[in-house]
Design a binder for this molecule. Structure first.
Ligand code: NSS
Ligand code: MG
Length: 436
């Protein structure tokens, strides 16, 4: 019965082109009811939902009897004629010639209305939900477009280590792991290794997981996230900001072209996204950001770091992503080059997404002078021994260079209009959550 069958994606057959034709689909039971001698079964697949009518006249009493009480999420396959039916999902239904149960299901534990911790404990099943399925399709496109941008612009993809020996973004968020008879740390960022690789390949990028032992649980922090990073020799901060804005604009454009259906299902307002496909993005300096915040009544002083709340206020001033640059050196990492015109400032840049989302990219020009970098390492309390190899890069043909890191889940959160970063990844990791 199932040999030589062409299995269709459900979304492909929801079309007048298939009316009167035989179609075969397979998936999982999303809803079902039996009225008279007919079972009305809504079958869910990766591309949508279709109603299948199983008539005992055609398919026999037994299957209709079974379908009366079968558990949701049972896996099924069927073939039949496609018929127009305005009352069915998508406006069509299949009148089954035959219908088979592949895998039974009983008491599927997600019925609707459960609390977030229960749902997270059942994430391995919750990811079958329509919303999470459509978000994962957007994430697929974000990753695809991100790769495409770098490949098409002649950047070299490299594979930096995940097991590392020192911090990049502060010792407080390191995850130590046992490494034979030593202690290693899960990578916070590939940056330092990309800075080594530019001396052979000049323009490099990597997509890796980065790990941050964030002590607090927030809407925009994960303990494990996907990190798209780039580093280029000879590039100054402005050169690298242009790469960052081109990358984000390219990805947003790609999503608007390829994921209209997902954005529609998620109810996403497209106005701001459509406004974000044409770089350059606005640039403000940290000083201006402080002025804006103080004018808005935010209790902040020059030298304070910008947290999620401050960023949220700033994003309301813009209708597209925007950069903040030239931060006080004390609130930025040791590797950032200081502004030669004002050594109180670091040549760092953050790209903030509008609509309250905030930072999606962090980057900077790197300190390329050996002694200045050594001083910054010591000034910020790190052990220069841990960075000996990194300092070496400044001893043998050092060059001006810059780079950045884009948080994939942060970008997905903005593009998809999500309330919480945990829905931007299938199995979110944060403090107190490692299962499933
Ligand atoms: N190659 C580089 O220059 C990257 C640089 N070393 C770096 O890691 N910068 S960053 O700490 O701002 O993180 C970069 C981005 O990584 C994202 N990020 C940073 N931390 C997180 C957490 N905890 N969860 C999710 N996403 C996170 C966020 O979008 C940041 O803008
Ligand atoms: Mg940052």
């Amino acid at each position: 019965m199932v040999e030589n069958v062409v299995w269709y994606h459900i979304e492909d057959v929801l079309s007048d082109d298939f009316i009167g034709k035989k179609v075969c689909v397979r998936g999982w039971i999303y809803r079902r009811s039996v009225v008279g001698g007919k079972a009305f079964v809504r079958v869910r697949g990766s591309t949508g939902i279709i109603q299948v009518v199983v008539d005992r006249e055609k398919c026999g009493e037994e299957i209709v009897r079974i379908l009366k009480d079968i558990g949701l999420e049972a896996s099924v396959m069927t073939c039949g004629e496609l018929v127009k039916q305005p009352r069915a999902p998508g406006g069509y239904e299949v009148h089954a010639d035959w219908f088979r149960i592949v895998g039974y299901s009983r008491d599927f534990p997600i019925k609707g209305g459960e609390g977030i911790d229960y749902l997270l404990d059942n994430r391995h099943l919750w990811i079958r939900s329509r919303k999470l399925t459509e978000i994962m399709k957007i994430k697929h496109s974000v990753l695809k477009a991100g790769r495409e941008y770098f490949v098409e612009n002649d950047w070299w993809e490299v594979t930096p280590p995940i097991l590392t020996a020192s911090a990049v973004e502060g010792g407080a968020t390191l995850f130590p792991v046992k490494y034979f008879d030593k202690t290693a740390y899960l990578s916070q960022s590939a940056q330092l290794y990309l800075e080594a690789l530019i001396y052979s390949l000049e323009k490099v990028w990597s997509l890796t997981t980065s790990f941050r032992a964030e002590k607090s649980r927030t809407r925009r922090h994960l303990a494990e996230y996907w990190h798209l990073e780039a580093e280029a020799a000879w590039y100054n901060m402005e050169d690298m900001m242009r790469v960052a804005e081109e990358l984000v604009a390219y990805i947003v454009q790609y999503i608007l072209e390829h994921n209209k259906r997902q954005l529609e299902i998620l109810g996403r307002d497209l106005k701001i996204l459509k406004n974000s496909v044409e770089p350059p993005y606005p640039r403000i300096r940290y000083d201006e950001a402080i002025e804006i915040l103080q004018k808005k009544g935010v209790n902040i002083e020059w030298g304070d770091d910008l947290g999620a709340d401050e960023e949220r206020v700033l994003t309301m001033e813009f209708d597209k992503p925007f950069f903040i640059t030239h931060f006080p050196k004390e609130i930025k990492s040791f590797y950032m080059k200081l502004d030669p015109e004002n050594e109180k400032l670091a040549l760092g840049f953050d790209l903030l997404a509008p609509e309250g989302y905030g930072e999606i990219i962090g980057g900077s020009e790197r300190e390329d002078d050996y002694n200045k970098l050594l001083n910054r390492i010591i000034e910020q309390g790190y052990d220069p021994e841990d960075y000996k190899w990194y300092l070496d890069l400044r001893k043998y043909g050092s060059v001006p260079h810059s780079g950045f890191g884009l948080g994939i889940e942060r970008l997905v959160m903005w593009i998809a209009g999500l309330d919480h970063i945990r829905d931007a990844t299938p199995f979110p990791r944060f403090r107190g959550r490692i299962y499933p």
